[in-house]
Design a protein around this ligand. Sequence first.
Ligand code: NAD
Length: 255
Amino acid sequence: SERLKGKTAIVTGAASGIGSAIAELFAQEGAQLALLDLNSAACESLAARLQRETERQCIALRVDVTDAARINACVQEIEAGLGAADILINCAGINVFRDPLSLSEEDWQRCLSVNLRGPLNGIRAVLPAMLARQYGNIVNIASVHGHKIIPGTFPYPVAKHGLIGLTRSLGVEYASQGIRINSVSPGLILTPSAEEWLESCPDPEAERQRQRDLLPCKRIGEPKEVAYTALFLASDEARFINATDIVMDGGRSQI
Ligand code: NAD
């Protein structure tokens, strides 16, 4: 099916993991895409492959989401090339897990600026055109860490709680103007950054098994499963869903 036919979508963090899975599914569902990431080489090869396979226009742009001026310039470029964005997926994010007492100012700033200020920068860049057209769907990729605290993960959950707050606050702010803003909160999903974290554990295989055992469904999630939820929220099927968050963690936060 082509649930996003004729839509233009911007995906940040599209060079890897969940962002790449979202880009792939959205292209299959008929969207034209702008893929934004720090890693421009991976973004460019994904854009070229998706354009070849789906015959949708797909462009890649190098962006640091903490750089508001650069995002604004990219959005102008996207509007000129693909048309105004109907959909923005804020997926770029980083894990920052530190001891609260020895956390450096730099790590604190980096955690908040990539995971929280980045999505706000993206939203502020696309909002003027969305308001002018009275249409827009924004999906922020938050985390189950924005709901449930797992020891040893500070300050990442602070940023993800903030992102869920940003979603609720701005979702309400613009609701009467045809714009929906929601978030998805995945549990552990097997992506390059999750693999990196698992490999950093003293016994990666034991940790992998422990993570599986913690889940009622006894398996770790897949990037494509997050992409399906983002697709639903970004599609008009979810038109009465706004300013809220969908937790998708295989039931882990219920036990
Ligand atoms: P990933 O590391 O595989 O991909 C993240 C991408 O974001 C990378 O391509 C990276 O280059 C890009 N990026 C990082 N900082 C950036 C910046 N300043 N500007 C532009 N791009 C930047 O990670 P992932 O696991 O796919 O995570 C994607 C999102 O999902 C993140 O927001 C993460 O917090 C969230 N999340 C992941 C999991 C998980 O278990 N993997 C669970 C819950 C939430």
